[in-house]
Every structure is written in C-alpha cells, then in structure tokens.
Design a protein around this ligand. Structure first.
Ligand code: FAD
Length: 429
C-alpha cells in the first residue's frame, strides 16, 4: 500500500489502530464522516478514535435549513448503514411549481417511491445523525473548537470550555461559522468560499389549509420584478410552511415581498401572525486550499457544492464519507487528500455548467423572456426536463447544458419570445 510522508518524514499513511481524528462540527458533513470512519475502521479491524466537536443541543437549537432531502439522500444514508425513520418525514413532495411574474409551470416529482424528495425538521435530522455517530462509537464533545495547531507529529485542538485534545488529523466541518472559518484561515492556507445569503421563516398554518392551498408541492418564485432575489421558495411542512429567499444581498424586505407574492397567488392566507426569521449563508463558489497535511475540510466549509440547487445536505454526506475513505485507505497527507479532491470530480466538474445555467437564468429573467420560456416548457419536453432537473437537482448540469444545445429548441424559444412580445405590444395598444 502507498504510504505518504510529510516533508519532514512523519508517516501520514492510512489511519491505523490507536490513531485519532478530531472533527469540528456535527452537521451532516461531520456526522457522516464520523460514522463512515467508525464503521469502516472497525470493518478493517482497526480501532480509530473519532472525536466529534458540536456545541449545539439540536433539541433546542437547529441549524438554519428548510429540511428538503432529495435523491439520492436515502441511498447515501444507507451507505452509512442508516435509514431515515418514517416518523421524521413531514411531507413527501409531489411536484415543484414555478411561478414567474405572469406564468406558472408544474413539474411533477419523478423519483421512485423510495427515492422521493421528502421534507424533515432539520433539528431532528441533525439529532438523528449525531446519535447515530455516537452509537457507532464516535465520542461527542459538546464544545465549540476555538483553535487548533498542526505540528510535525499531530494536531492539538482546543475547545471553548478548556478541553485540549491531541490527535492525528483534524476535519473542518463547521459549515460557514465565522470562528471556524477564521481559525482555519489562520492555521492553514485555507480561504473561505464565496457566500450567498439566505433568510427563512416558518409560518404556522393548519395542515388542512396547507393541503387546500399549497398541497405537497414546493413553490418557487422566479420574478423579474425582484432582481435582487436569486430565488424564493415556499415549502409545505407539518403544521407550518417555510418561506426562504436567497440572494447576494438579501434583507428582510425581500422576504416580506416574497411572502406577499405567495399571498397574492393564494398560497398563504391574507392575515399571518408574525414569525421569527433566521439568516444563514451557503457557499456560492469553492473554497481554496481545502486541505493540507493533517487537515481537511468537508461539506459547506469546503465549498464543494452544486452552485444552483445546492443539495447541501447530500453534498455534506458525500464529502464526509469520501474524506473518511481517503483517510482510511490513502492517508492524511496533503498528497493523500488530493485523491479526496479527485473523488469529488462529479461535483467539481459540474461546477462551471451550474454557473453557466445560473447566468442564463438571471440573464433571461433580466431580459423579461423567462415568462414565454416557462410557457413553452408546458409542451416542449426537452425544456420541461431541463427545468425539472434544474429545480430538483436531479442529474448533472452538464446534461442540462448539452440538452439545450439543439438549434431547433432555440428556434422554438425565439418564436415563443417574439409571440410573447407581440402579445404585450397589442395589449398595450
Ligand atoms: C436557509 C437555508 C436553507 C437550506 N435548505 C436546505 C435544504 O432544504 N436542503 C439541503 O439539502 N440543504 C439546504 N441548505 C444547505 C444545507 O443546510 C447545508 O449545505 C448543509 O447543512 C451543510 O452541512 P455541513 O455539515 O457542511 O454544515 P452545517 O450543517 O452548517 O453544520 C456545521 C455544524 O458545525 C457546528 N460548528 C460550527 N462552528 C463550530 C466550532 N467552532 N466548533 C464545533 N462545531 C462547530 C455547527 O453548530 C453546526 O452544527 C440550506 C441552507 C440555508 C442557508
């Protein structure tokens, strides 16, 4: 087996019995990494110690998230030896509905029953993952990491309540929290990813009203009249709906405008009781220098995420599991983590296609041609599938881009845009 060595000669090969991994953060990325490390090391007959730092009590404080789990979430979970408890599922999503300023498009969910998109409470999901990691033998330390030092023989990690541990490798899975980002930037050459802001509110609504007005569909607003909002969505849950908006400089005003638009569409009642708002960010571009000898980042921290429909929870699971595999099979040196990065080729190779599609979406929206294109997608099968793949995150963006490369499709789009423009002129006259 290849053994990797640091420049000073310290052995940084695959993790062996008695070695220790410190994981900073118990979100999807950190817990999946911990689970995979414990399960796979035991299967290899090695006893690797896994320390998982997570300060939050998920029963009281959730990570900000809508809680949409789309395919292949179940598949990834079963790779970790887990199954989502059915009682955790608040809704099974039936369709995505797109609403522009003057057009609507329903895109029915195309997944199989066992791979259908579902909605859960994020706090419950994190709790389930954390308990599962603990059940598999990871030691959970309820502290925030405030610093770490990497030296020739290992890493020293410092918790905010005085805990100091010595380990062989540190995994940054702290999402986009300021203290985690600053610490990693100070101690390694890591540079944080670009970020998109997102705001979210849970609006209490009786389940009968949800059935009546929203159904089991996720509604997305793609409004030319609200250019500062990249997207806004309304997701049905149990006893409430979640409205979230995202954009580079989003503020509560954009959230209010989106809620008002959902009210005009008849999806929300006219009178709403005030509900708290929560803000967070997600990566909008990759981070740089995401690993070095004895240190690697995963999940949101690494910025290894799809740029349009992020599926951040799935990306967290994927990168967590792949980093664990690398540490057990290849090693913990910078060179070893090259193979972790290579194993994320499905994400990295799709990145620029996603950026292109985001640009195309924003450009067509700013030109005011999104409405006729959405109208056309009712009957135009290729276009319909492209919209479905973009909003559901199914398939690769590369496939979407290639399927758009048909001249006949663009002729149809041009004809629809001209018809739409002529109709508007006639209406004005
Ligand atoms: C508004 C919003 C809605 C979203 N909705 C969805 C959705 O519906 N579906 C989806 O797939 N994705 C969604 N995402 C994205 C998704 O939440 C993230 O991509 C995903 O949670 C990333 O997982 P992670 O483990 O990398 O980071 P996180 O989930 O952020 O977990 C990081 C963990 O690290 C802990 N931590 C932070 N600092 C420290 C420290 N110093 N020491 C120890 N622990 C620390 C935190 O407490 C946290 O539990 C949404 C994002 C936003 C902002």
């Amino acid at each position: 087996m290849t053994s990797f060595a640091a420049s000073d000669g310290a052995d940084l090969g695959p993790l062996q019995s008695g070695q220790c991994v410190a994981i900073i953060g118990g979100g999807p990325a950190g817990t999946s990494c911990a689970l995979a490390l414990k399960r796979q090391s035991e299967a290899l007959g090695r006893h690797v110690r896994v320390l998982l730092f997570e300060p939050k009590d998920f029963r009281l404080e959730s990570n900000v998230c809508v809680g949409v789990l789309s395919p292949p979430f179940n598949h990834l979970l079963s790779d970790l030896g887990l199954h989502l408890p059915p009682q955790m599922i608040q809704r099974r999503i039936g369709a995505y509905e797109l609403h522009t300023d003057s057009a609507d498009l329903i895109l029915p969910e195309r997944g199989q029953a066992e791979e259908q998109t579902v909605v859960v409470d994020r706090g419950n999901l994190d709790l389930f993952m954390l308990y599962s990691a603990r059940g598999a033998g990871a030691e959970v330390i309820k502290e925030a990491v405030v610093d770490f030092r990497v030296d020739r023989d290992g890493v020293t990690v410092f918790g905010n309540q005085g805990t100091e541990v010595r380990c062989d490798v540190v995994v940054g899975a702290f999402g986009l929290t300021r203290i985690g980002l600053s610490t990693f930037e100070a101690r390694t050459l890591y540079q944080r990813p670009g970020m998109m802001r997102s705001l979210l509110t849970d609006i209490p609504l009786a389940d009968e009203l949800i059935e009546q007005h929203v159904g089991n569909n996720i509604h997305a607003l793609l409004l030319g009249s609200q250019p500062s909002v990249e997207f806004a969505a309304l997701t049905p849950k149990r006893g409430h709906v979640t409205v979230n908006v995202a954009g580079p400089n989003i503020s509560p005003v954009e959230l209010d405008v989106s809620i008002a638009h959902f009210q005009r569409l008849g999806l929300l009642p006219k009178a709403l009781s005030p509900a708290p708002r929560y803000g967070n960010a997600f990566p909008a571009s990759p981070a740089h220098n995401i690993y070095r000898d004895r240190a690697v980042t995963i999940g949101n921290t690494s910025g290894l995420l799809r740029p349009l429909k992020g599926k951040g929870i799935n990306a967290g699971l994927l990168t967590g599991m792949r980093a664990a595999k690398t540490m057990l099979e290849v090693g913990i040196s910078r060179r070893a983590f090259d193979s972790f990065y290579k194993s994320c080729y499905d994400i990295t190779s799709d990145y620029y296609y996603g950026i292109f599609l985001r640009w195309l979406y924003r450009f067509s929206r700013s030109l005011g041609v999104l409405d006729p294109v959405i109208d056309l997608a009712h009957d135009e099968k290729t276009l319909n599938r492209c919209f479905y793949n973009m909003v559901s995150g199914e398939g690769s963006y590369r496939d979407v881009v290639w399927s758009l490369g048909r001249p006949l499709l663009w002729l149809r789009i041009a004809a629809a845009v001209v018809r739409h423009g002529r109709g508007r002129l006639l209406a004005k006259a």
